[in-house]
Design a protein. Structure first.
Length: 275
């Protein structure tokens, strides 16, 4: 999860820089294209598993949901401070718990319901409705968080029968044509100066999802996601030094509420499981 956090922040920086000259559809396409080159170099050992096409329908469903979620997320990365994007994204554990209850039959406990209410309060603290601080992009990030939550539950299902490496390969193979078709609707000239940011965004995306799948294979989804909250201060530091973004204490306060509520839910559920 530590490596995943670093990779996600790197991906966000690369995506923001690319979006300065390219369309967001192109950003998604080139991220997947870089991933394709990587899996062609290292993915041969996975060929027997890929030929089985195990749970292929679930792979398609997961990646369609994830593709549209990351489209909305990338809009947020371009329009909002990085720390705000990641703080709003951390409503995702709420969605993970909800979808895990529906699809994986994991228990939706009182502690988890309380975490949902507290998480909503945390979101209100971050976006501060009614005082002229609400940005429509924040709503897009919240929708993206729900999509990511559903996608992660699908990943959790896949890890029961499919290796993390195969999950990432199918992600590239499915999302590459989706990104290409979407990019044709708003294609812009590509320059040599875009290549380093393509590499950062593409390699970051690949590493982030591979490491995340490895973590989900070893831990419950509701345990993994609160750990990921450390991306918020990490993103705030990068945003401060790279883009002169002010460090907003409201973002940290709201994000802290979201993190603490999810942490308390996890600890409560663990104590109940041990009794």
């Amino acid at each position: 999860m530590g490596l995943s956090m670093v990779a996600f922040v790197g991906m966000s920086v690369g995506s923001r820089e690319l979006a300065a000259t390219l369309s967001i559809q192109q950003v998604l396409f080139f991220r997947a294209l870089i991933g394709l080159f990587v899996i062609l170099m290292f993915g041969r050992v996975l060929l027997p598993e890929l030929r089985d096409r195990k749970l292929i329908r679930l792979h398609f469903l997961r990646n369609i949901v994830h593709f549209f979620a990351q489209y909305l997320w990338t809009i947020g990365v371009v329009l909002l401070p990085l720390a705000s994007v990641f703080a709003l994204e951390f409503t995702m554990p709420i969605w993970v718990a909800f979808f895990a209850f529906l699809l994986l039959k994991e228990r939706l406990t009182t502690a988890r319901l309380m975490a949902t209410v507290a998480g909503f309060i945390g979101v209100l603290v971050i976006v501060r409705p009614g005082i002229g601080m609400v940005d429509p992009a924040a709503g897009l990030v919240l929708v993206a968080a729900a999509g990511y939550g559903l996608s992660l539950v699908f990943v959790k299902q896949l890890t029961r029968h499919v290796s993390p490496g195969a999950i990432v390969v199918w992600m590239i193979l499915i999302q590459l044509p989706l990104g290409f078709l979407a990019s044709l609707t708003d294609w812009r000239a590509v320059h040599l100066t875009d290549i380093p940011w393509m590499l950062l965004a593409g390699l970051g995306a690949l590493a982030a999802h591979y490491c995340q799948a490895q973590a989900l294979k070893r831990l419950d989804a509701s345990v993994v996601m609160p750990i990921d909250f450390l991306r918020v201060p990490m993103a705030a530091i990068v945003g401060y030094y790279a883009y002169a973004e002010a460090i907003d204490l409201w973002v940290f306060l709201g994000g802290g509420i979201i993190l603490f509520s999810n942490y308390q839910a996890v600890m409560t559920e663990r104590r109940l499981a041990m009794t």
